[in-house]
Design a protein around this ligand. Structure first.
Ligand SMILES: [Zn+2]
Length: 239
């Protein structure tokens, strides 16, 4: 084989291998159901007709309104709160814990937990865990990565703390056409939820109006389908 052709083959093979590695890392970073260390849960395999309603971010000024809706519906939900927002709004975090809802760790800063130092990641997790305890939540603390992004260090650090990573399997807000109306959101959830599903809604910002408005309808329709609402920790006991 001419030398030049040989070099070309080696270069091409190397580029292919690098592309495959980069693609693999991208897949791992974004996967809802796989990570390199520790447990990750997007949905619990169960025949019981139970689902968990989960809310990301905050607490913000929308908290009292959301708690009122949940109280009227008699639903216990799981709130993934950030440490920084809890520091700003500790009263709301306390109200969430006081009403019997589950609080999960959604990092301190909500920065992506990839390409960060171990010290940064440890601090994000530990300071937020401390704030969750300050809010009065006494149950097991699970973690949901900001934007569901994780690579190697984050799962490793969580694994060292025996903290389970929780993502979701029903996320209507991720689809523009679904997120455009409360009706489309509740249609989507009613059509996609299954036994053991973890439903994610973003309700803590102005942009979450449709998701907030959809909550009563989601609960009513899933109850009509025979589902019961439980917290993520209750769901995890069924594994
Ligand atoms: Zn978030």
């Amino acid at each position: 084989m001419p030398k030049r052709k040989k070099v070309l083959i080696i270069v091409t093979a190397t580029l292919c291998a690098l592309a495959a590695l980069a693609f693999g890392a991208y897949k791992v970073m974004n996967a809802r159901t796989f990570q390199l260390f520790g447990e990750i849960v997007s949905r619990v395999e169960t025949d019981e007709k139970v689902v968990a309603l989960t809310f990301d971010d905050g607490p913000t000024d929308y908290t009292p309104g959301i708690l009122e809706i949940l109280d009227e519906l008699d639903v216990k939900a799981t709130f993934f709160l950030t440490g920084s927002a809890m520091e700003d709004n500790m009263e709301y975090a306390k109200a969430i814990a006081g009403a019997g809802h589950q609080i999960g760790n959604h990092s301190y800063s909500h920065e992506r937990m990839i390409f960060k130092s171990r010290e940064f990641i440890e601090n994000e997790i530990d300071s937020t865990n401390a704030l969750i305890r300050e809010a009065g939540y006494e149950g097991t603390i699970v973690f949901r990565p900001p934007n569901c992004k994780k690579l190697i260090l984050l799962p490793l650090v969580l694994n060292e703390r025996d903290m389970v990573t929780v993502t979701c399997d029903v996320e209507p807000d991720s689809y523009k056409e679904v997120a455009s109306s409360a009706e489309a959101i509740s249609d989507y959830v009613a059509g996609h939820a299954a036994s053991g599903s973890i439903i994610l809604l973003h309700i803590m910002y102005d942009s979450g109006e449709n998701a907030r408005d959809a909550v009563p309808d989601i609960v009513t329709r899933l109850r009509e389908q025979g589902y019961t609402f439980v917290t993520v920790n209750e769901l995890l006991t069924l594994e």
